[in-house]
Design a protein around this ligand. Structure first.
Ligand SMILES: O=C(O)[C@@H](CO)OP(=O)(O)O
Length: 339
């Protein structure tokens, strides 16, 4: 059965032009390359031995999710090997916020989603509902957290996303989960200020149109989209990247390397800085990179490389499952159990 889904997916993929969510002109290098070099492993205190231990754990955990006990024995060594060195990475900018709705600069002001943003988050969840998610990262801001939680209400695996509280020893202790089965059916959600939207300084709360009328369209576009020019008393994209990309490399990449499927729910600019890193965009190219609210983007992390696959259109889009055998197996498993 799984082979059927996989072959069907390969066929669809070959005749399927993937819809990219990036609404800008330049041609993207379709294969973002992250070469996992010896120093990457050592700099992440992953000795070769630890690295292989993590790989081994990952292949076992991923097996739990993509094969029933009966088919587990049929999982070939190749599949197990394939599973251990590939993972899905979903990036999603939060749904429309109440200040997006009013066209106000938001930055690090902690505003919630609008009604439209809630609908966008649910729609995003439908699009990724057959893609595995083992771990979720969000910013510390409610609009990103709402988006992640609402999206996961649509996931076919029905695991419960649970925000991890480790801001103090007591928080850790009081939020413990007991019961192996309960733990297995939950997804840790890690909130990180490093993934927050860029801090927009003196523009936060100002209307974008009025600001452009006051300072000039070019100047405001430069503040909003250039790489190194910050808004007044705010962060440039470069400064935002210094925290967001550093966090991605230090905290998220090791999880991908261990075979964990990750979703990141964050913001227009913190995600632009991460995509700039994943797709090796220049500071010129990133100027035209715009992200729509609530549109998930799928990357496949395989053999140390990030391969961008555009935005899944729907939960059964065959093309999405052509990328790796693991995604096809996972979706087939869901189909088998949920039929
Ligand atoms: O105001 C903001 O925080 C950001 C994202 O909404 O705006 P812009 O897209 O202009 O960077």
């Amino acid at each position: 059965m799984a082979a059927g889904v996989y072959n069907q997916a390969i066929g669809a993929f070959q005749s399927h032009s993937l819809v990219n969510n990036f609404n800008h002109q330049q041609k993207f290098n379709n294969i973002g390359r992250l070469v996992v070099t010896k120093d990457f492993i050592s700099s992440n205190c992953l000795s070769r031995k630890n690295f292989s231990v993590i790989q081994c754990i990952a292949s076992q955990t991923s097996e739990v999710d993509t094969a029933s006990s009966s088919s587990r024995s049929k999982t070939s060594a190749r599949d197990t090997h394939t599973k251990s060195n590939e993972a899905a990475l979903i990036l999603v900018r939060h749904g429309e916020s109440l200040w997006n709705e009013k066209n106000l600069f938001t930055g690090c002001v902690d505003v919630p989603l609008s009604k439209k943003g809630i609908d966008e988050a649910i729609e995003a969840g439908k699009r990724i509902s057959s893609i595995p998610v083992d771990l979720i990262f969000t910013s510390a801001l409610i609009r990103a957290q709402m988006t992640a939680m609402l999206a996961m209400t649509q996931h076919r695996r029905r695991k419960v996303p649970i925000i991890v509280h480790n801001e103090s020893e007591q928080a850790r202790e009081w939020s413990q989960i007991f019961g192996e089965d309960t733990r297995k059916h939950s997804i840790p959600v890690i909130t990180a200020w490093q993934l927050n939207e860029r801090m927009y300084g003196g523009l936060q709360g100002l209307n974008k149109l009025q600001t452009a009328e006051r300072y000039g369209k070019e100047k405001v576009h430069e503040w909003r989209r250039s790489y190194s020019i910050p808004p007044p008393n705010g962060e440039s994209l470069e400064m935002c990247a210094e925290r967001a990309v550093a966090y991605f490399r230090d905290q998220i990449e090791p999880q991908l390397l261990s075979g964990k499927n990750i979703m990141i729910s964050a913001h227009g600019n913190s995600l632009r800085s991460i995509i700039m890193y994943l797709d090796k965009l220049t500071s010129q190219e990133v100027i035209s990179l715009e992200l729509s609210t609530g549109i998930p983007m799928l990357y496949i992390f395989k053999e140390g490389r990030f391969i961008r696959r555009g935005s899944p259109i729907g939960p059964t889009e065959a093309g999405v499952y052509a990328y790796t055998r693991r995604l096809a197996l996972y979706r087939q498993r869901l189909d088998d159990v949920l039929q």
